[in-house]
Write a protein that binds this ligand. Sequence first.
Ligand SMILES: Cc1ncc(C[n+]2csc(CCOP(=O)(O)OP(=O)(O)O)c2C)c(N)n1
Ligand code: SF4
Length: 298
Amino acid sequence: MIVPNARNITEDEYFFGHKACAGCGGSLAVRIALKVLGERAVAVLPAGCMSAVGFNFPQLCFGNNAMISTFAGTASMMTGVEAGLRARGISDFQIVGFAGDGGTADIGIQALSGAIDRNDDIIYICYDNEAYMNTGTQKSSLTPFGASTTTTPVTGRVKGNTHEKKNMFEIVAAHGIPYAATASIGYLEDYMRKVRKASEIRGTKYIHVLAPCPTGWGVDSDETIDLARAAVDCGLWPLAEYENGVFHINREIKDLDGIRSYVRGQKRFRHLKDSDLEHIEKMRDLRWEGINKTWIKN
Ligand SMILES: Cc1ncc(C[n+]2csc(CCOP(=O)(O)OP(=O)(O)O)c2C)c(N)n1
Ligand code: SF4
């Protein structure tokens, strides 16, 4: 496998001229994945920020073939496109889906589960900005504990989201998927390696990439990469792979105390008390206890 890096990655752009907010993590996740997959990638995007900013008629911001699916049907449309191209005798293509956390973990999970069950030859990439951003920052099942969103506001009685973030990585792994990985746009070379690796494996592949959203998280546009890195370093977003029934952890926690500085700068968390931070820390530690027991360290 040629590992893509800053020196050898193509200068060709397949996602350009789009209308995403400055510093958008999702647009970087799409742009970089397409640079790795190249012009024979056929992209499927459901309703969400990336389809909204990428398909502004009469502009199409994709340099490769790309289409919008129904909100719930990213994976089923990928199945159809893959089968259709194969039926026409075309073989040198790669179907890739780019769906947000809501489109993946909530409304799209059934179609995704079906595609994994059929082991369709597709790469499904969830760019996780931790809320329904395109419709104005509503909570999804991947919104983290404590986050203020328009549907989990901070009022007298409610103090942001009271649920934990759904663990999509382990949910898809539990299907026995051929390859799944978590990634972060804060660690781009690791993300690029995983996209390349996924393209070289047959069957269904799932990559879940943390992609901060300055607008919804309430941070400056130049903080995106640092935050995406800090989430990994403080242990809230483990970088990992699942293959042949085994979990591998790719990076250990560098900054055990980092949760406070990660959370404190973000408007969506500014109401959190010390007791909330202790809860977040406790949940992180529990997760790592499990990881340390059973996952293999690379
Ligand atoms: C069936 C259906 N319900 C609701 C919508 C409205 N809608 C469009 S985009 C969107 C939010 C998508 O959120 P997410 O998948 O997290 O992606 P993001 O916007 O964050 O990129 C919603 C609810 C829709 N298009 N179709
Ligand atoms: S709202 Fe967030 S995810 Fe959507 S385009 Fe803007 S920065 Fe990107």
